[in-house]
Design a binder for this molecule. Structure first.
Ligand SMILES: NC(=O)c1ccc[n+]([C@@H]2O[C@H](COP(=O)([O-])OP(=O)(O)OC[C@H]3O[C@@H](n4cnc5c(N)ncnc54)[C@H](O)[C@@H]3O)[C@@H](O)[C@H]2O)c1
Length: 338
């Protein structure tokens, strides 16, 4: 283990800074099958040496029941039993499907993740949500079950495509804005250049802060009954922007946060100073633009899972580090954003 390694114990043993290749020390000689995607397999062949592996196409389409069936057929061919271990090596898609299939095959095998994208290291691999999409419905089939361990090795992020890295940074900014002590907000303000340059020490700090923030929130509401939805800051608008503009999730979330900030100011819940300080931080990471919502966006928003009659429960902030739930009527949102 190197000096930058942090172990964060929640329901999973989260190892931040452990070199990915050292996953072998966590397997305790169990028979292990690696599930990954074609990109990781090409970039990191050394991880797979000596292991049975199942390599899936990359992309959201892989997160389907069809892939679950394919994986289970492969498990049967490989003669897996209840003592076998399943390791997911990849971004959020691979983590979500690995966690799900490992949880349901033979009523549950132990599993772990090497999270390879920034979004997976700070979000998808943390908190115990696993699942697949069902047609156009995202994450409609799934379960809560924590991996035994999660390795978050920031060196892997060096090969992550720029747009995917930017998407992860969008979620990092979300944590910075909702985290109560403003530690991450201040750190990002002071270290934007290093983070954009993927400096390993800075990334260790960032991943550590995000994992701690998410784990603390999840610990208060592990099954997502209410409080955990504070993590959805920027997501109600983000989801419809992601669908219509077809842009990566975290980038859409930043557009969504900008709208939520504006609404909070217009409703007199947030000061313009706090809004400006937040927008200045976003700008340091290259997020400077707004999106004007169209009728098409509003149609999706009205059909959002978080809808209750014509009221939408949105997460807004009343100050940096102070997220709250506020109900808005769709028409009120339209008027405030005019
Ligand atoms: N379970 C949860 O709590 C949770 C939370 C947030 C998001 N998610 C899910 O996560 C998914 C999105 O995850 P994502 O953004 O990681 O997307 P992804 O898994 O599709 O990965 C993005 C792309 O980057 C590539 N990639 C990943 N790591 C790489 C690396 N180190 N080097 C080079 N290429 C690499 C992948 O092959 C893929 O092409 C969505 O399906 C979303 O629903 C789940």
């Amino acid at each position: 283990m190197n000096n930058n390694t942090h172990n964060y114990i929640s329901n999973s043993d989260i190892k931040i800074g452990l070199p990915a290749i050292e996953f072998k020390q966590l397997l305790n000689n169990r028979r292990t099958i690696i599930i990954s995607d074609e990109n990781l397999f090409c970039l990191y062949p050394q991880v797979f040496e000596g292991f049975d592996k199942i390599i899936l196409p990359s992309g959201e389409d892989t997160k389907s029941l069809k892939t679950v069936e394919l994986l289970i057929s492969e498990f049967v061919k490989l003669n897996l039993d209840r003592n076998s271990f399943i390791l997911g090596f990849g971004g959020g898609v691979i983590c979500d499907i690995t966690g799900f299939v490992a949880s349901v095959f033979m009523r549950g095998l132990n599993f772990g993740f090497i999270a390879s994208s920034l979004l997976a290291q700070i979000d998808a691999a943390i908190g115990g949500k696993n699942g697949v999409d069902f047609g156009n419905y995202k994450n409609y089939i799934g379960c809560f079950n924590n991996p035994e361990f999660v390795i978050c090795d920031p060196i892997l992020l060096k090969t992550l495509p720029d747009n995917e890295y930017k998407s992860g940074l969008g979620e990092v900014l979300k944590y910075a804005v909702i985290q109560s002590k403003n530690e991450l907000f201040n750190y990002l303000n002071q270290n934007a250049e290093q983070i954009l340059a993927k400096n390993q020490n800075s990334l260790n700090v960032v991943v550590n802060q995000c994992v701690k923030t998410k784990s603390d929130i999840v610990a208060k509401d592990p099954f997502d009954k209410g409080f955990r939805q504070i993590l959805n800051f920027g997501h109600s608008f983000g989801h419809c922007i992601e669908k219509i503009e077809n842009i990566p999730h975290g980038i859409a979330v930043v557009y969504g946060m900008r709208i939520a900030l504006k609404l909070a100011v217009k409703k007199g819940l947030l000061s313009s100073d706090s809004q400006n300080n937040t927008l200045k931080l976003f700008a340091k990471f290259g997020f400077t633009e707004d999106i004007i919502l169209s009728d098409e966006h509003f149609k999706i928003l009205a059909g959002d899972k978080k809808k209750n009659l014509d009221l939408i429960k949105l997460v807004i902030i009343t100050d940096i580090g102070k997220p709250e739930f506020v109900n808005f009527k769709i028409d009120e949102i339209k008027n405030l954003l005019k």
